[in-house]
Design a protein around this ligand. Structure first.
Ligand code: KG4
Ligand code: ZN
Length: 341
């Protein structure tokens, strides 16, 4: 079965053709991130305008690259939430129209569940029950999944999402947008410039017996540290070495909390696998720490390839294959605040 999936929840416009939920025939991503750079964050209006410009060319290139004609496509899938309402509307209305014109079934997919199903693309398949950690720009959630389509939300962030914290801390450190890859790059230059223990950042809620997170205080701790430097209360001004050391300590703090809480959930629910999805799943420190700790507990940890960790149409097409639930196109509405179904 070949599914054409589209994803337009934020500043990416993506379309992909995926066969049997596993084999990516094409995956085209156009991003307005470069246009957003000067604002150091996503401006929803700019994101939506770019979506309008590129949605049809992106879908058309995805079909071309897959070597499929529309007759070879069995169904369309679309991310209908959560996300920015202007961006979502463009993808959802485009998919509804194409489903009607091409007379194809339409499968609505929760964007976050798409991030989970990015882990089914490829050779090895995760086993149930599993614990899924979703870490994106707008979400940080832990989910127990007992079968395809059977989700139980265990907990999530009470304030900033993990990716949002990366983006905000990058801004405070004078780095570019998106902040996650920038922090990761700068942190990797900090081999010799570790922070003194007095400047160690907090690991919020790490010891609490729940599956919730809170990253706003961690971000404030970075802001306070930077301000102390700027006010001259620290011995040196904020140089490149300090920025690397802060970036390294921030990345370590946030990843430690994510790893410990995910492993605790996996142990509690006897998970046979751990899967991770969302843009922060592209972070190498998180990838290596969770994989190593999972290995010690004999729980395999799955991460999508980096290009399928960030928003993409392939994960939406994959989710639609495993968790198929069609809808009449005229009934589908974008849902910016969609939670787990
Ligand atoms: O899933 P995604 O592409 O879009 C949303 O659904 O939000 O995630 C984007 C987020 C951004 O906050 C970005 O800074 C973060 O993922 N991100 C990373 C890395 N690559 C992207 N965070 C940490 N390390 C990375 N390598
Ligand atoms: Zn996402």
């Amino acid at each position: 079965m070949r599914i054409l999936g589209t994803e337009t929840t934020c500043d990416e416009t993506s379309a992909a053709v995926v066969e049997d939920g596993r084999k990516v025939l094409s995956n085209v991503v156009s991003s307005s991130a470069l246009l957003q750079r000067k604002y150091r964050g996503v401006v929803p209006e700019i994101a939506a305008r770019e979506q309008v410009k590129v949605i049809i060319p992106v879908i058309s290139v995805a079909l071309d690259r897959s070597d499929c004609s529309i007759d070879d496509i069995d169904a369309l899938a679309v991310a209908y939430g959560p996300g920015l309402s202007g961006s979502l509307l463009i993808g959802v209305e485009a998919a509804k129209t194409l489903a009607l014109v091409w007379k194809k079934p339409l499968v609505p997919v929760n964007h976050l569940i798409g991030h989970v199903y990015a882990n089914w693309i490829g050779k090895k398949v995760p086993q149930f029950p599993l614990v899924a950690l979703i870490v994106s720009g707008g979400h940080t959630d832990l989910i127990l999944m007992t079968d395809h389509g059977k989700f139980r939300w265990l907990g999530g962030t009470r304030d900033d999402a993990a990716g949002e914290a990366f983006d905000k801390v990058a801004r405070v450190l004078g780095l570019g947008y998106p902040g996650g890859p920038e922090i990761e790059k700068v942190a990797s230059q900090s081999q010799s410039a570790k922070l003194e223990s007095s400047k160690r950042l907090p690991r919020p809620m790490i010891s609490e017996d729940n599956f919730d997170f809170s990253f706003a205080g961690l971000k404030t701790a970075v802001v306070n540290l930077v301000n102390r430097h700027l006010r001259g209360e620290e011995s040196s001004h904020l140089g490149g070495g300090d920025i690397s050391a802060i970036a390294y300590e921030f990345q370590k703090a946030i990843c430690e909390v994510l790893v410990i809480k995910t492993l605790r959930a996996a142990k509690k629910f006897n998970a046979k696998s751990i899967v991770v999805g969302g843009g922060v799943a592209a972070n190498d420190y998180l990838r290596s720490q969770l994989t190593d700790h999972g290995w010690k507990l004999a729980i395999p940890v799955f991460f999508p390839p980096k290009d399928l960790a960030v928003d993409n149409g392939a994960m939406i097409a994959a989710a639609a294959f495993w968790f198929e639930k069609t809808i009449s196109p005229l009934k589908l509405q974008a849902d910016p605040a969609l939670h787990f179904a």
